[in-house]
Ligand binder design. Sequence first.
Ligand SMILES: C[S@@+](CC[C@H](N)C(=O)[O-])C[C@H]1O[C@@H](n2cnc3c(N)ncnc32)[C@H](O)[C@@H]1O
Length: 393
Amino acid sequence: MLTRELIATCSRGLEEILADEVLNLGGLRVEPGRGMVRFQGDRLTMIRCCLGLRTAMRVLIPVASGPVADREQLYRLAAQVAWEEYLTPGGTLAVNVAGQNPAFSNTVFAAQVVKDGVVDRVREIRGGRPSVDLVKPHVPIHLHLGEHQASIALDAAGTPLSKRGYRPKGGPAPLNSALAAGLLLLAEYDGERPFLDPMGGTGTFAAEAAMIATRMAPGLFRRYAFERWPDHRQDLLIKVRRDLEARQIPAPCPIVSADHDPKALKVAKQNLGAAGVNQWVDIVAGEATAMDPPGEDSLIVINPPYGKRLGEADALKGLYSALGDRLKAIGGNSTAWILAGNRELSKNIGLKASRRIPVFNGPIECRWMRFDLYEGSRKFRPEDNSLAKNAEE
Ligand SMILES: C[S@@+](CC[C@H](N)C(=O)[O-])C[C@H]1O[C@@H](n2cnc3c(N)ncnc32)[C@H](O)[C@@H]1O
């Protein structure tokens, strides 16, 4: 593949972080957009981005774009692409749709139109039909609908890059891994300071922190759609894996993931083991309201419950206010970042945020709020520090 336009998509709010990542992995002419970054790259860059990007959801190879106001236009746009270079009659495809267009209020219909254009083209040229496989298609196709236009791309990764491949299938994933990594990078975490997530749940932040601290590429555990393409170069994939693996270093500072729920701790332990980072993370049982960071100048990240249902948020006010009290007491030049999904609730923290960065956790608009915990803010330190106790099996 010669150098061509590529697109990496991400949660909104992470575009600048993703642009830096793409640059570091060899992308050229990198331009952040809305929920995505455009760049130029060859096959090696594409593979490197799939394995190495922490904050991207997809790496796309655009193949067609144009005005679209009805079924016929979208069908013709899809049928003009040389799909026969990727798909044989026995091959499989799936169409994923993002964005909105007034002519296609039903995105399933839009996906079907693209599928028809692809299948008809391959049948005409190759004499047989490819079929649909929604789970593991040879060619995942990404359709992006804009108000008056659409663009079609090959999806090089297939399953979104936030699926790192270490969680058991169907296991809980409360925080998207790509978003977690992006939030840590927004907090300027580079592994060079102690780290604590006192509401760590299944360990998503800690897993991403350990990968950042050890320079471990997040995509070493999984497979990619491009491996099923006729022009796939296994030698390049092996080279990229080796290069990325050679960058790894031991974690320079402690990383702690805590929770008060024994079930969450058990899952965290499994996940961090499967991710190959358990030797760098201490999983401990304890109350967040009695947290004690693992050193001066720690980074504390918190993804507290939001209380999605009516009445639940009220019950959480006390927890937010106790969290704020504990942070005031910690001081030590540490920094805390809280992912706030409920503005009213976050007021109960009772501390003034020095930064509030808008980010999207799926459809929920959140604020990634930074609190600087200066030495002077230390007022008390409760005797009971249950976070120091190691979690039981
Ligand atoms: C929104 S979830 C965090 C999910 C986590 N980021 C993950 O990816 O799994 C909130 C977590 O906080 C924990 N939690 C709630 N109240 C707590 C408290 N007072 N002390 C410690 N953990 C608490 C819950 O058990 C839950 O695992």
